[in-house]
Design a protein around this ligand. Structure first.
Ligand SMILES: [Zn+2]
Length: 95
């Protein structure tokens, strides 16, 4: 009985440790952006055209130029491991 209690406490500490745990998604919720790397997601109504790639991290001068031209979307440096890769400017939706 005591052993089981210790195991439960250890699991609780491991699962709740660190500031990142507060932002972590529940393990039961699948990532909505978990499509294959080569796949292009479909937006509302199934359209796949006019989707803009989302760029994370510090942009290069070339990427900044592309962002100003409206061919990519910049999203900063914070990534969670479940991040959208495309943005639909028509429906204002992350994909
Ligand atoms: Zn759309």
């Amino acid at each position: 009985m005591k052993k089981q209690l210790l195991v439960l406490i250890a699991l609780g500490v491991a699962a709740g440790a660190g500031p990142a745990a507060a932002q972590a998604r529940p393990a039961t919720t699948p990532c909505p952006y978990g499509y294959p790397a080569a796949a292009r997601p479909a937006c509302v109504g199934g359209h796949t055209d006019r989707l803009l790639p989302i760029v994370y991290g510090r942009p290069t001068p070339h990427t900044l130029r592309r962002a100003r031209q409206g061919t990519v979307v910049l999203r900063g440096c914070l990534v969670s491991g479940c991040d959208p890769r495309y943005y639909c400017p028509v429906h204002k939706k992350d994909l």
